[in-house]
Design a protein around this ligand. Structure first.
Ligand code: DGL
Length: 271
């Protein structure tokens, strides 16, 4: 039993899609979240940069919030830094790629799975590897959609005029005849409706967050660190970017009054 918070990290607001599911499913758990907007997009950064940033964030959450486990709620950081963080940290660390792969493999009937993600995640091949570890007969069709990340961060995800951008970026995947499409960037569930509209109702969208929360639960149980006490939970949020912008997206997505603290990037760089 542990009252310590679970740490969540992402390059921005995307990881809130995972945090939200955790808040719904694990109602006694405290949460500490950091969005690294000042250095977004991670999808265009090198492996070394992503590893360095991720370790700084993990160290911050450990020192400042005393987190009991870390969820890398970012596909790009999971693809490049999961093993690295596991090697450097003493607390349990999980990412979103293995959970997303499990959910996709479970769903596909045609063995044709699509992946939309950042260019970095696509380039890493992490999803193909993970999916083919489970089932070698599945073909993965990948498409980088970096413009979607900007749309979400800039709060343009409800702007009907942006449907054209979505259709345009999904035109290739729409020809690949997949029956399952992984939302392989944690920002994408926020614009799920636009994506579903573009690919049509016959394609099942996979949000890796659901399976990730199941894995969080398992880890808490295995390590005997669940919070069994039903008292008021505490959620703390940090952003290296603009707190007002973060709060607007977060309030709307979580339906919860978020007051993120701005964290100057210098403080992370010193860790
Ligand atoms: N949310 C992040 C992910 O899941 C990526 C956004 C970015 O490029 O920074 O990959």
């Amino acid at each position: 039993m542990s009252k310590k918070a679970i740490g969540f990290m992402d390059s921005g607001v995307g990881g809130l899609t995972v945090a939200k599911l955790a808040m719904e499913e694990l109602q006694n758990e405290n949460i500490a979240y950091l969005g690294d907007e000042a250095r977004l997009p991670y999808g265009e950064k090198s492996k070394e940069e992503i590893q360095q940033y991720s370790l700084q964030i993990a160290n911050f959450l450990i020192e400042k919030e005393d987190i009991k486990m870390l969820v890398i709620a970012c596909n790009t950081a999971t693809s490049y830094a999961l093993d690295y963080l596991r090697n450097h940290l003493l607390i349990p660390v999980i990412g979103v790629v293995n959970p997303g792969s499990i959910a996709a493999v479970d769903n596909t009937k045609t063995n044709r799975v699509g992946l939309i993600a950042t260019n970095g995640t696509v380039k890493s091949g992490a999803y193909e590897q993970e999916i083919n570890k489970i089932n070698n007969n599945i073909e993965v069709f990948s498409q980088g959609c970096p413009r979607f990340v900007t749309m979400v961060e800039n709060q343009e995800y409800k702007d009907a005029k942006k449907q054209e951008v979505v259709d345009d970026d999904l035109s290739t995947i729409n020809m690949d005849n997949v029956d399952t499409l992984i939302l392989g960037c944690t920002h994408f569930p926020i614009m799920r409706e636009m994506i579903q509209k573009s690919v049509g109702d016959s394609v099942k969208l996979i949000d890796p967050g659901y399976e990730t929360v199941k894995q969080i639960k398992t880890i808490l149980q295995q390590h005997h660190i669940e919070n069994d006490e039903e008292e008021d939970t505490t959620y703390s949020f940090y952003t290296t970017g603009d707190a007002d912008n973060f709060n607007q997206v977060a309030n709307e997505w979580l339906n919860y009054e978020v007051h993120a603290k701005h964290l100057p990037i210098k403080e992370l760089e010193e860790l």
